[in-house]
Design a protein around this ligand. Structure first.
Ligand SMILES: *Cc1c(COP(=O)(O)O)cnc(C)c1O
Length: 209
């Protein structure tokens, strides 16, 4: 695992943040990546995240990248570092409310849907004006700091490039002063970086073998 992790780290530009996606991985494997210097880990299910967090070092920065149900927000608010998958205004308002109760300010990314498949969740280009209003209207306990996106699940590189480029355009319009553009996974992160990603979320490629 160290080998693949180091290979990835060597090829990432210094301004691109690596988030290690630890869903499906054992606590031991996560600990190994932590010992190798990774501090940012991402999970996509609340129960799994809570269970793993109990058994791992407290200074891990936990990211949430899955569909988040509002009735589970409260459980992650005390510690979550970045919620990357905000896909509705309803969820955003719920996070703000729970963060206020917990006296925290939570950083979030807006998940935008740019892939071909309509199975993926997130805001669409049609929501652009509403997103602009969201970003420009401060909430008391949430900071919207950027955009998260996933490309179509395809081998077709031009399609992936087009998806990432669409997300980058939205990001640049919403955050002209900069922020976080989280896109790129094991199979497509070089394309995402070329399109402007400054955060990548890599799982299987780190943990293989
Ligand atoms: C699983 C997942 C990843 C990582 O995928 P890999 O192919 O294992 O690198 C990244 N982002 C999201 C939202 C995911 O669900």
């Amino acid at each position: 695992m160290m080998q693949s992790l180091n290979d990835i780290r060597r090829t990432l530009p210094s301004d691109v943040k690596l988030v290690c996606v630890s869903k499906y991985q054992t606590v031991d494997a996560i600990q190994e990546a932590y010992d190798a210097g990774v501090k940012d880990f991402a999970e996509s299910r609340v129960q799994e995240l809570l269970k793993k967090r109990e058994q791992l070092p407290r200074d891990i920065r936990w990211h949430f990248i899955g569909h988040l149900q509002t009735n589970k927000v409260r459980q992650i608010i005390p510690f979550i570092h970045l919620i990357q998958s905000v896909d509705s205004v309803h969820l955003l308002e719920c996070i703000n409310r729970e963060a206020e109760k917990a006296e925290r300010t939570i950083d979030v990314l807006l998940e935008v849907h740019v892939a071909q498949e309509d199975t993926k969740t997130g805001f669409s280009e049609a929501d652009f004006e509403m997103l602009q209003t969201l970003v420009q209207t401060p909430l008391t306990n949430v900071r919207i700091v950027g955009v998260m996106a996933m490309a179509s699940h395809t081998e077709e590189e031009s399609r992936i490039r087009a998806d990432f480029s669409k997300a980058a355009t939205l990001y640049n319009q919403l955050f002209p002063n900069g922020g976080t553009l989280s896109m790129g996974m094991s199979d497509d992160y070089p394309i995402a970086i070329a399109a402007g990603a400054n955060m990548v979320r890599i799982g299987s490629k780190i943990f293989m073998s």
